[in-house]
Design a binder for this molecule. Sequence first.
Ligand code: NDP
Ligand code: GDR
Length: 324
Amino acid sequence: MKKRALITGITGQDGSYLAEYLLKQDYDVFGLVRRSSTVNYERIHHIQDQITLISGDILDQTSMTRALSDIRPQEVYNLAAQSFVQTSWTQPVFTSDVTALGVTRILDAIRQVDPAIRFYQASSSEMFGKVQEVPQKETTPFYPRSPYGVAKVYGHWITVNYRESYQMHATSGILFNHESPRRGLEFAPRKVSYNVAKIKLGLAKELRMGNLDAQRDWGFAGDYVKAMWLMLQQETPEDYVVATGQTHSVEKLLTVAFNAVDLDWKQYVVQDERYMRPAEVDLLVGDPSKAGKKLGWEPQVTFEQLVQMMVESDLQLLKADHRL
Ligand code: NDP
Ligand code: GDR
């Protein structure tokens, strides 16, 4: 019998890579999708005939229970979230409802339908926020700096609580920033790669950015979904930091991306207050040694390779769109 996995957030960046990865592991893959007036299956279009999409929303507990009862999966990966940090200040209540309470809804649906289902929660380095330790590891205290970060701290602890209360195989993966050509256009690395490609092709003249001093530990999403799967294959559920162990500033990101097309970022980038945050996370760098030791996980793509891959992909995309 094939294993069955349910992915919430399958239409997102990570959902699409995870679905591909699980198909390669010979799973039957199911994805929870919420209704919208226009179809947004761009990232899973190429595998749509190999997966099954189920209508539901993590705001609606009934839909979670129904999906679990119908599918009877062995594994559930909860990737659904309002995941853009900046938006969490303008929609703090909605962000909490989806990103925090959504986790309880799905955990409790699992408890009712089949507590033996293994559960993965997409936790975040944003929980470390104003960092209390460098580098950050599983035991580093949390100090979130945005409504999104606060919601993720809730999601993390409710996962730990269901594990301890009901002996569920529930795991929280504390993933640092990970990117790819499929990243949403609003996140810094994709915003940069897309606009660098536009500038190079003569389709834009400038790039407006916020804080250039912030530092992040950036990896490749394709590498990170493998760590999610490995966590659910362990006999004992535990929490893991997943990161590269290296950090770079937004300014360095600009340098590498513009250099990839032989341009100087200083001639095109304009700082714009609109992209500054009310409270910033200045520096994130993870210590992935536990994931290395226990899961045998290691990132494969370097920061420079990642940025070049994204710029190259956006150049191809824009050339095709504009028939260049
Ligand atoms: P995306 O923003 O690309 O994807 C989010 C997904 O969640 C989309 O499929 C979206 O659906 C879905 N979703 C949002 N609200 C609901 C809802 N109410 N019901 C059902 N589905 C919903 O995020 P990523 O793929 O980048 O990230 C995946 C997860 O990992 C998120 O939880 C994120 O917070 C977390 N994370 C991400 C990191 C990263 O660097 N990428 C790092 C650490 C954690 P739709 O397409 O309909 O909007
Ligand atoms: P982040 O990612 O907030 O770390 O959350 P994002 O790429 O949005 O920001 C990274 C850093 O870049 C700075 N920055 C800008 N960011 C954006 N988006 N746009 C800009 O113009 C800009 N200028 C500077 C930001 O201030 C920040 O310091 C991501 C999300 O995927 C979360 O869901 C996930 O949990 C964390 O990564 C880990």
